[in-house]
Write a protein that binds this ligand. Structure first.
Ligand SMILES: C[S@@+](CC[C@H](N)C(=O)[O-])C[C@H]1O[C@@H](n2cnc3c(N)ncnc32)[C@H](O)[C@@H]1O
Length: 287
């Protein structure tokens, strides 16, 4: 299908939630001397121009990064501080004109021996991504179907790292196909950390995804949701009602760090919205 274009949505609330979680996970991976790999299966364009036609048409970034950008320099949880640092690196004059996609954020954490494996199927997005990644020897690019690549590209040669699964959910069956395929990938890479983003819509079609993530995984599985203000009298309102994340094998105490970050975001971005994390599967064994 490939009609989705992330440039219309870059820097919106969903990006902030997903990217703050990514920052927390990447920070943990970069704490140790050992190299890590990031596999980003739906990478998008790399970096987004907020002054461009797409971003200006929806102006979604105003309700997301536009609200958080003025808060830089004030006290914020580590996930937000790191995310703001990544955004500041692209906007050195202080004027918010560019927003980092998941590849740009991940690249900000890479050391010489770490690796970033990017996949994107959309021809135009792939060209932008290739241009953006040019000559960085730590980055490899693929143009494959994301779910096929989830199994094909895992585990990466460096067996310590993160897989980012951020589909556009243009095809309804993706909600059921993601957990099915993720189970196969997880069997091949038991220690990998897997981050899945999903939209929360009024018709709750993400229920299939949540149900599928509750079984068939050896490790722990955490879900975190940021639910927006309810539009007045709009039970079946179109558009996002919230943004969700699932993490397979979350690092120790990630749930606490993500709760703090998510609650901060709910306060900064919404009037009455809320954030919560819940275990879909919890290991009882003490760590
Ligand atoms: C939500 S956007 C990705 C945003 C990016 N992860 C970020 O956070 O900056 C989803 C991307 O998946 C791409 N895409 C859609 N269907 C795909 C497929 N079957 N395989 C790989 N990429 C696909 C779209 O072109 C789009 O760039």
């Amino acid at each position: 299908m490939l009609s989705y274009q992330h440039a219309y949505h870059a820097g919106g609330t969903a990006d902030l939630h997903k990217h703050a979680a990514m920052c927390l996970l990447l920070e943990r991976l970069a704490e140790k001397d050992k190299p890590f790999a990031v596999v980003d299966l739906y990478a998008g364009h790399g970096v987004y121009d907020l002054t461009g036609g797409e971003a200006q048409k929806t102006r979604e970034f105003e309700g997301g990064v536009g609200k958080v950008w003025p808060l830089r320099g004030k006290k914020s949880p580590p996930g937000i501080t790191r995310l703001l640092g990544g955004i500041e690196a692209l906007n050195p004059t202080g004027q918010l004109v560019r927003y980092p996609g998941s590849p740009a954020l991940a690249r900000g954490f890479l050391r010489p021996d770490d690796r970033l494996i990017l996949n994107e199927l959309h021809p135009a997005a792939f060209i932008d991504l290739k241009r953006w990644a040019a000559r960085d020897k730590r980055i490899t690019l693929h143009k494959r179907d994301g779910l096929e690549a989830l199994v094909g590209l895992t585990p990466p040669p460096i067996r310590r790292g993160l897989v980012v699964i951020d589909p556009s959910y243009e095809i309804k069956t993706e909600y059921a196909d993601v957990p099915k395929t993720l189970r196969k990938a997880h069997r091949k890479w038991k220690d990998g950390i897997f981050l899945v983003w999903y939209p929360i819509l009024a018709d709750e079609r993400h229920a299939d995804l949540i149900a599928g993530m509750k079984s068939g995984f050896d490790g722990e599985v955490l879900a975190c949701e940021l639910v927006f203000d309810k539009p007045k009298g709009a039970k079946d309102a179109p558009g996002l009602c919230g943004t969700g994340l699932i993490v397979v094998n979350p690092p120790w105490q990630f749930d606490q760090a993500m709760s703090e970050t998510g609650e901060w975001l709910a306060k900064a971005l919404t009037k009455t919205g809320r954030h919560g994390c819940a275990w879909l599967k919890r290991d009882d064994a003490p760590r």
